[in-house]
Design a protein around this ligand. Structure first.
Ligand SMILES: Cc1cc2nc3c(=O)[nH]c(=O)nc-3n(C[C@H](O)[C@H](O)[C@H](O)COP(=O)(O)O)c2cc1C
Length: 227
């Protein structure tokens, strides 16, 4: 695990020097949402989940996250099925100079498993509160981290159950968890109670939702606390 001694200084320098490499698959939309913002509706009447176009000026224009200066180390852990959350995780990891760690399911999600308009596997898991999809190996190692950026897509307003599998297996006691997500429009706040319950001895703070097309600059600004 890389050690970050003065992360704010490093990150701001990085931003001033032009930021980091472009994110594969990102479209450049700048809409973002704070954890404190109201959720957007997840599903329309025809069952589809659409990107919310409504983003307040406050949400679009500013954000900040404590720099956690002095943290012994930082981990970036994420789950992503279609690449949106992975793109944000990759950018965060590059900004804080650690290798991102993916939560890999023992049973991969095929496209049919994600067809939320049908009776798909993902829907079944979300409907079953105790569902805990098994992790593949290796399980992300956060043993040396003080701060964990934890990323996931929003599934029916919450984190995918496999995030809870991870949290219940990892020792997060005394650590700070910073959740981040991507979604079609829903906020991240609905996912937080289950995250907190699964990591009862961690501090969960500064959660942030990104749009499916969040820009590199959006992510960098959030990480740097420099918006
Ligand atoms: C089963 C399922 C449920 C979803 N539920 C929501 C939801 O409640 N609200 C929302 O805005 N988007 C929802 N989405 C869309 C995803 O959050 C969005 O596409 C996300 O960016 C996917 O991230 P990924 O590419 O990292 O897997 C859902 C997608 C799936 C597959």
């Amino acid at each position: 695990m890389n050690r970050i001694v003065d992360r704010r200084t490093f990150l701001k320098a990085g931003v001033l020097l032009g930021g980091t490499a472009a994110l594969a698959g990102m479209a450049g939309c700048a809409s973002q949402e704070r954890a404190s913002s109201a959720s957007s509706v997840a599903a329309s009447s025809d069952g589809s989940i659409a990107e919310s176009a409504a983003v307040s000026a406050q949400d679009a224009g500013s954000s900040a996250v404590p720099a956690h200066a002095g943290a012994e180390s930082i981990a970036v852990v994420y789950f992503s099925c279609t690449g949106n959350t992975q793109a944000v995780a990759d950018e965060i990891a590059q900004a804080v100079q650690v290798a991102p760690q993916e939560i890999v399911p023992a049973q991969p999600y095929a496209p049919d498993d994600l067809d939320y308009n049908a009776d798909c596997r993902a829907n079944a898991e979300q409907n079953e509160g105790t569902a805990r999809p098994a992790l593949g190996n290796p399980v992300p190692d956060v043993s040396g981290a003080d701060v964990i950026y934890l990323g996931y897509p929003i599934w029916w307003g919450k984190a995918p159950r496999i995030i809870l599998t991870f949290l219940e297996q990892a020792n997060t006691s005394g650590k700070t968890i910073i959740p981040f997500c991507t979604s079609g429009g829903s906020g991240i706040e609905g996912s937080l109670p289950e995250i907190e319950a699964a990591a009862p001895n961690a501090v969960v703070e500064d959660a942030r939702r990104f749009s499916q097309g969040a820009s590199q600059a959006d992510v960098d600004a959030w990480v740097a606390g420099a918006a």
